[in-house]
Design a protein around this ligand. Structure first.
Ligand SMILES: [Zn+2]
Ligand SMILES: [Zn+2]
Length: 306
């Protein structure tokens, strides 16, 4: 079946597992969406991550903060609001930003961006001019990747049908290649890669500082619960204290691990796979330009409706 196609946004032709929202302005990963979530793009794991931040924050601001405010005043309010806003903002940025997607072959051809990408990347993403992939991994790995690139670690992605740089990888959860791939995080339902690693690190840092501010308040309330307090209050304080303590321990481990990775100049994947790329910077490296503009208008004469 063939349908006439007019002017449309590039993201409307996307066939990977990632999903675009807000008319192509936001992108999330390819995790299965949570059936009880009314908001699109939330997987069960990412819904859990949001609840782990929002529920203790509500408990802190609603039940504990009034008495703390009388003691510490507006300075504590300002610190708590800044850290809460940073935590939520950086989490949102990690969840919805382009992690460094390398567009697959059909999207490059559709967008007509081959020459532009060649200038940005310093090599032809689609392989030698005039050559088309044979769809045989062994043959394409030899013929489509020039020898000088192969020696530098460039590899052929048989799914995207492109040449990917040495530190890039194909995410099977999102079904696309990502520049300097760190890992796919189910808790943010997105890949963490070259273009959003700084958001991810800023999120763990601000969440850790926010937890450090909130935990003593829960600890004080937990140790001060008396028999006179209503049962529901004691229950909220106990659950809140245990949850915030557990989240803080996890955040400390995660933050220290990524500090260590940054000092080593390695990604999570490179550490676990024991790959060595001369310890190039990760956190302090520039995110670089986007390789795909999802909102770009594309003109199509006709497209096979598959
Ligand atoms: Zn790929
Ligand atoms: Zn992914």
């Amino acid at each position: 079946m063939v349908r006439p196609a007019g002017r449309s946004r590039l993201y409307q032709h996307w066939k990977g597992r990632s999903k675009f929202y807000c008319d192509g302005r936001c992108i999330t990963g390819g995790e299965v969406e949570c059936p009880i979530a009314c908001l699109g793009g939330l997987s069960c794991a990412s819904l859990g991550a949001w609840l782990c931040i929002l529920l203790p924050s509500c408990g802190y601001f609603v039940f504990l903060f009034p008495s703390l405010y009388r003691q510490w005043g507006p300075k504590l309010l300002a610190a708590a609001l800044v850290l809460f806003t940073m935590t939520v903002g950086f989490l949102l940025a990690t969840c919805c930003s382009d992690p460094g997607i390398i567009p697959p072959r059909r999207i490059v051809l559709l967008a007509g961006s081959r020459e532009h990408l060649k200038q940005q990347l310093g090599y032809d993403l689609l392989g030698p001019a005039g050559l088309e992939p044979s769809h045989d991994q062994l043959i394409d790995a030899e013929t489509m990747v020039p020898e000088h690139l192969r020696k530098q670690g460039y590899r052929w992605c048989k799914t995207c049908e492109i040449i990917r740089p040495p530190r890039a990888a194909h995410c099977k959860d999102c079904d696309h290649c990502v520049l300097r791939f760190d890992h796919h995080c189910p808790f943010v339902n997105n890949c963490v890669g070259q273009r959003n690693y700084h958001y991810f690190f800023a999120f763990t840092t601000s969440a850790l500082f926010f937890a450090a501010l909130v935990l003593p308040a829960f600890m004080r309330a937990f140790s001060g619960v008396s028999g006179d307090a209503p049962g529901w209050y004691g229950w909220i304080v106990t659950v809140g204290f245990v949850a915030v303590a557990a989240i803080t321990v996890l955040l400390v481990c995660l933050w220290l691990y990524h500090c260590w990775l940054s000092l080593q100049g390695k990604t999570t994947k490179e550490h676990w796979r024991r790959l060595d790329f001369d310890s190039e910077p990760t956190l302090l490296a520039l995110p670089g330009p986007r390789l795909m503009q999802p909102r770009q208008w594309v003109e199509m004469v006709e497209e096979a409706d598959v």
